[in-house]
Design a protein around this ligand. Structure first.
Ligand code: ZN
Length: 271
């Protein structure tokens, strides 16, 4: 961890404040996407393909926008949103950087390490992890842990198997030897089977493919269409994401020639 101790504590506090603000009294967030909106962010979820980028944090005028790629398995998408909240809280400002896009989370850049650390503190705070082990795993000795225990932790905190294991290692709860055993066990049994075995949240291993666009953003698209600033095709594309019809918002106007796609609109937001 190259983030210095004082900064690390500060990040931990900010993450804790977000949990308090979102009223998270349980181990994990029941629904991080809704909580993020309640915390004042505009959340856009769209399945742009598993090979595409993971998400971005954007400051546009007074809007704080978080985009997440819902083609990722749900547990990873949840991590993406937590990571982007980290960028919003720690790195974006009106005067400085207004957008950070993530192609992967392996970047060793200081901001990326910080956003990952923020996400870990937000999703799996140290005190809650210890509480879970004490109360839900009955203080079971680490040597007796198996993949099912990790699946239980995954379900309580709504995180991926890998994130759970990495966080437990970072908190010095499990040693490297156990970490490797647990990783091997995952390869052998697959997380989905482990989650099913404990009747846990198997949705975590599937992409949600969610198409979620904030109402304000749709209103903005409809307004632009009615003001003849964008062609009908863009309106149709934007509305089709949320299963609405362009006809419902039709005004008598001539078709525009310009062939702007919804992707261009998204890009437009990022400029
Ligand atoms: Zn990042």
């Amino acid at each position: 961890m190259s983030v210095n101790k004082a900064r690390q504590l500060m990040i931990e506090k900010i993450a804790e404040n977000v949990r308090v603000e979102c009223n998270v009294t349980d181990y994990g967030f029941h629904n991080l996407f809704e909580a993020t909106e309640k915390a004042g962010y505009r959340v856009i979820r769209y399945p742009i393909g598993s090979e595409s980028f993971l998400g971005f944090a954007l400051l546009k005028d007074t809007d704080r926008i978080i985009f997440s790629n819902s083609s990722l398995i749900l547990a990873r998408e949840i991590f993406s949103v937590a990571h982007e909240i980290g960028h919003q809280k720690l790195h974006l400002s009106e005067q400085g950087i207004t957008i950070i896009r993530d192609d992967d989370f392996k970047d060793r850049d200081e901001n990326e390490i910080e956003a990952n650390y923020f996400a870990a503190c937000l999703l799996m705070p140290e005190d809650k992890v210890n509480k879970f082990i004490r109360l839900e795993l009955d203080g079971k000795s680490i040597d007796d842990w198996n993949g099912l225990d990790i699946a239980r932790i995954q379900t309580a905190f709504n995180v991926s198997y890998d994130m759970a294991v990495i966080r437990l290692k970072a908190l010095h709860i499990i040693p490297v030897s156990v970490l490797e055993d647990l990783r091997l066990e995952k390869l052998e049994k697959t997380t989905a089977k482990l989650l099913k075995a404990i009747k846990g949240n198997a949705d975590l291993c599937q992409p949600a493919e969610a198409k979620k666009i904030p109402a304000e953003y749709l209103e903005w698209v409809i307004f632009n269409y009615q003001e003849k600033l964008i062609p009908k095709k863009s309106l149709e594309t934007a509305l089709s994401y949320v299963d609405l019809n362009a006809e419902d918002f039709e005004t008598q106007q001539e078709e525009m020639d310009e062939d702007k796609s919804f992707d261009d609109l998204l890009k437009g937001m990022m400029d």
